[in-house]
Design a protein around this ligand. Structure first.
Ligand code: GLC
Length: 647
């Protein structure tokens, strides 16, 4: 048996093991579970000790775990075993993600099951269904204001439907991801209702203050997430006569994670949903969990201790379950979500690569790859057991997280560059083909974020409008250039619903009172299945993009070098308009060249080292490329994924 080193608490720790063993006495799983306890309980202990009085909390956590383990269905126990034999399943080149709203994609949960063939056709093996737990009624931030974590939004189905969908997805080789909103709950959640009614236990679940003294201390250094929609970080709640911490909207009450009861509640929720077949939890707004006066109350060290605790608890109770961190933070803060220092390899398995996404759009606007190379080279290596979740678009706006130092290193001003790209995509520049809109313009900081669908941002909407075939061809290539970076960087690529058929901005939200104030709904379209039905036709934009996306996905799956345990080296070539990713792998190296401009570009052949001087294969088109001349020329937005020719 292992004990945490250098601590006096061994008896408590050991009693936890006995407590678990006793609770599992009759379970056929008990040998496995105790082995997992020995492996992960030290991480759980250390995580908890970083935040709470672990001596007191330990038995309560063991109790929640024991109940969850006893309730775990046998099919999921089997899944746990097979995942333990293939712990890198989410790092494989064959893993490809898809992100969709249940209702917009297929009506309801039962409808999703009828679309599995479509997902299989695309090669999808990981499905993130956007928030579907019961939210508050009315405005609910796209489901991120949860009123009940153990029931499903009634129009989408029931918890039983969720469970049977998970079973069908698993049978078809698709893992299921759901959001876990753990920074806040809806003000209609039972905990908030009880707090509002004065129950002391539940008041301690939230951050509630009788006057402005403490809120003002925090507010002095807090940014605003939604300066337009929901200014400030505290809301006066009349019934309780308290200022309540509300980082996002006034009806999303931040939880008090300093309270160990909140931790136990979430272990209970995680195991409940994990036992319904959820494979991966997207940890929503995870950066905000811990508050500290004098800081921006994001990325605090305690966040990582808490996630380590939650993950270790899940490794004991439901080891096939993984975490994906949604931390849309500065590049320098991001790697910590996959684990650095004492938390390396012990926190989230996946984290969104927000910086790659921003850099992809930025290069496509400027036609210059140098800033991307500079920014991505600055990233510390990630633990080899983890992976980036790579994406070009998601349901949120694009926040232009471009570091001033990175910009300065290539001789531009960070502020000016952010103004340029937000102007380019936000519909402000006359010569820009992009059709997006500003989101949350902050006059104080000059910050402005961008809404818009990938296809509209890439210029497809404006090209169709102006009936310009050449512009349309360029725009489709621009879109595919961005998506190729996402599929070729290494990590788990996420295809956002509708991008495979180039769906344009959807203005329907303007007629929906619960959505009209939030233009992120313009890039949350509904799946037009009549258009999808025509996907084999090359006569349509949808058909052409679908074919190109399918080829990209097949190429990705064929390349062992795209396993996430290998990192990409990103560099600028001698021509600023051509950026290169290089991946070394014993099964065959991969060199990716991207022309990020709208003109043909020439680079010296040594940019494709180690393949210069040879005939090589291009993996996406399956053609042969001649690298025996001193220079090579790439068409506008061309992408070449180069590998040695098969012997
Ligand atoms: C995350 C979600 C975003 C939501 C916010 C608050 O950032 O992606 O859509 O508004 O969290 O829950």
């Amino acid at each position: 048996m292992q004990f945490p080193r250098g601590r006096q608490q061994a008896p408590t720790y050991q009693r936890g093991r006995k407590q678990l063993a006793a609770a599992l006495k009759k379970s056929p799983q008990s040998v496995d579970v105790l082995a997992r306890f020995d492996r992960y309980a030290p991480e759980l202990w250390d995580g908890l000790a970083g935040v709470y009085d672990v001596e007191i909390l330990w038995p309560a956590v063991m109790d929640v775990l024991a109940r969850a383990i006893n309730a775990r269905p046998p099919t999921l126990v089997e899944r746990d075993r097979s995942r333990q034999l293939q712990p890198d399943w989410f790092q494989l080149p064959q893993t490809v993600g898809y992100v969709a709203y249940t209702d917009h994609f297929a009506g309801d949960l039962n409808g999703i099951a009828t679309k599995i063939d479509y997902l299989n056709e695309l090669g999808i093996t990981y499905l993130h269904l956007m928030p579907l737990l019961r939210p508050r009624t009315g405005e609910n931030d796209g489901g991120y204001a949860v009123a009940d974590y153990k029931s499903v939004r009634p129009d989408l189905g029931t918890i039983d439907d969720l469970e049977s969908l998970a079973t069908s997805l698993h049978a078809n080789g698709i893992a299921l991801t759901l959001d876990l909103v753990l920074n806040h709950v809806a003000e209609q959640h039972e905990w908030a209702v009880k707090a509002r009614n004065g129950e002391e236990k539940y008041r301690n679940y939230f951050l509630m203050y009788p006057d402005r003294i403490v809120p003002d201390q925090y507010e002095a250094t807090l940014p605003e997430v939604f300066p337009d929609l929901a200014p400030g970080n505290f809301t006066w709640d009349e019934p309780s006569q308290r200022w309540v911490w509300t980082t996002f909207h006034s009806w999303q009450w931040d939880l008090n994670w300093a309270n160990p009861d909140v931790f136990c509640e979430f272990v209970d929720i995680l195991t409940f949903l994990g036992n319904k077949g959820v494979d991966c939890f997207r940890l929503d707004a995870i950066a905000f969990l811990w508050k500290r006066v004098g800081t921006n109350s994001q990325n605090q060290p305690e966040v990582h201790a808490l996630v380590q605790g939650l993950r270790a608890a899940m490794r004991i109770a439901a080891p096939s379950v993984i975490f994906k961190a949604e931390a849309i933070v500065a590049p320098s803060d991001l790697v910590a979500y996959l684990g650095t220092g004492e938390h390396a390899g012990k926190v989230s398995d996946l984290a969104y690569h927000n910086s790659l996404m921003v850099q992809a759009w930025s290069t496509l606007a400027t036609g210059d790859g140098r800033l991307m190379a500079q920014a991505l080279q600055g990233f510390a290596p990630i633990p080899t057991t983890t992976a980036w979740a790579t994406y070009l678009r998601c349901h949120d706006d694009i926040g232009w997280a471009i570091d001033d130092m990175d910009a300065a290193a290539i001789g531009v001003s960070g502020y000016d560059h952010r103004q340029y790209v937000s102007g380019y995509y936000g519909g402000e520049l006359i010569d820009s083909p992009a059709r997006g809109a500003h989101f949350q313009v902050n006059p104080l900081t000059g910050d402005r974020r961008t809404s818009g669908s990938a296809a509209s941002l890439a210029g497809i909407e404006s090209a169709i409008e102006s009936n310009d075939a050449q512009a349309l061809e360029l725009a489709m290539s621009r879109l595919m250039c961005g998506y190729s970076m996402i599929f070729g960087f290494g990590g788990l690529p996420l295809l956002y619903m509708g991008d495979e058929i180039a769906l344009l901005n959807d203005q329907r939200y303007l007629h929906n009172p619960a959505q009209v104030g939030d233009n992120r709904w313009m890039h949350r379209p509904h799946m037009p299945w009549d258009v999808v039905a025509q996907r084999d036709s090359r006569a349509t934009v949808a058909g052409q993009v679908f074919a190109r996306m399918s080829a990209l996905i097949s190429a990705r799956k064929s390349l062992a070098s795209l396993h996430a345990a290998t990192a990409s080296v990103v560099f600028a070539t001698d021509n600023p308009a051509v950026v290169a990713f290089r991946r070394r792998h014993p099964a065959g190296d991969l060199v990716e060249l991207y022309n990020v401009s709208a003109q043909s570009q020439t680079v010296p052949t040594h940019s494709a080292w180690p393949f210069n001087g040879a005939l090589v294969s291009e993996a996406i088109t399956g053609t042969t490329v001649d690298l025996t001349e001193p220079t090579i020329t790439l068409a506008p937005y061309a992408v070449w994924w180069l590998t040695a020719q098969p012997a």
